[in-house]
Ligand binder design. Structure first.
Ligand code: AMP
Ligand code: MG
Length: 323
């Protein structure tokens, strides 16, 4: 029985997983009326809400806390104050229950949860607010085959939405507007396997100032930014010879991105896996799910040994749980 805690950024999540089955997946997101995340405020949110979500998760799972074998904690990467809040809570519980902690890398958890859907060895397109990476397993590690050179695709969309007065989070509103839009050419920027959004950002703002229809801009933003992500993912699949694609991250909730990935996979005879929305955005279930796999392969730490690793890279992690 593994209890998973997600705390790397805006979301605090608690989940209970047993033998790969998700028994509870509870979360609460820190939101702002205006502007982005203030890390210290988000960490206060986590601390305030932790005990309540912990109780709820155990309740929903129908499990007594004495039955928990280990706590899986998203100790990396993320915003340091948020990670610290989560770690403090995890340590209190682990010490009280005299159980170990399994430190889990958040980005890798996004990929591994895709494997719970039946995917064996996928390429992950991880498209979230702060992160945009194309990740796959090669030679003992999860390697980053492509990534953004400037900002994450979600932050890029949110920034443009904020500029136009749409508010946060911008992704769902842009998706809605895009349904009525038509195509305008925008800067398409792939360098090797990496993508960059700042040129498109500037162009979009200029066009908006020239009173170009917001629906057309929203449509063209999606077509252009998502095509870049799909191109890089496809090249990673071709390069590694992998025949599966998994989506992860909040932007992956976008139906147009899902559709484009589906078409690409179909055209190259690959399989496409898209977790449900509650597993795409940040959640404790993916942490508990991977935590259980790691725990079963012998990876665990005493509470006092655990530390946060706010800048840990995906390929810093030695993947001992895969053959
Ligand atoms: P995450 O950082 O993974 O929690 O995801 C949050 C990001 O996902 C924010 O930047 C949102 O704007 C974005 N997002 C959520 N839903 C959608 C959507 N339907 N289309 C595009 N982006 C979205
Ligand atoms: Mg995430």
């Amino acid at each position: 029985m593994i209890l998973g805690i997600e705390c790397t950024a805006h979301t605090f999540g608690v989940s209970v997983v047993n033998k790969g089955k998700i028994l509870a997946n509870i979360r609460d997101m820190y939101k702002t009326d205006k502007g982005g995340i203030i890390p210290i405020e988000a960490s206060k949110h986590h601390t305030e809400i932790a005990e309540k979500l912990y109780g709820e998760a155990l309740n929903v799972a129908g499990v007594k806390e004495e039955k928990i074998d280990a706590i899986a904690l998203s100790n990396a990467p993320g915003l340091a104050p948020c990670l610290l809040a989560g770690m403090k809570f995890a340590k209190e519980k682990a010490s009280g229950l005299k159980i170990p902690i399994v430190p889990v890398n958040h980005c890798i958890a996004h990929l591994e949860i895709g494997r719970s859907l039946g995917s064996k060895d996928p390429v992950l397109l991880y498209a979230s607010g702060a992160n945009t990476q194309i990740i796959a397993y090669a030679a003992g590690k999860y390697r980053v085959f492509g990534e953004t050179l400037d900002i994450g695709v979600g932050n890029f969309i949110d920034k443009f939405a904020r500029y136009t007065g749409l508010g946060f989070p911008g992704g769902p509103r842009i998706e809605e507007l895009a349904k009525k839009g038509k195509y305008i050419e925008l800067p398409y920027s792939i360098k090797g396997m990496d993508v960059s959004f700042s040129g498109m950002q500037t162009k979009l703002q200029q066009l908006f100032d020239q009173a170009i229809s917001l629906a057309d801009l929203a449509f063209s933003l999606q077509e252009t930014a998502f095509a870049m992500l799909v191109e890089s993912s496809e090249r990673a699949m071709a390069h590694t010879g992998k025949k599966e694609l998994v989506l992860g991250g909040g932007v992956a909730c976008n139906s147009r991105l899902q559709e484009m990935c589906k078409i690409m996979c179909k055209e190259r005879g690959a399989k496409f896996y898209c977790p449900e929305n509650s597993l795409l955005t940040d959640n404790g279930a993916m942490i508990a799910y991977l935590g259980e796999i790691m725990f079963n392969s012998g990876i665990k730490q005493k509470a006092e040994e655990v530390d946060i690793r706010s800048r840990e890279r995906t390929d810093d992690v030695q993947v001992k749980w895969r053959k």
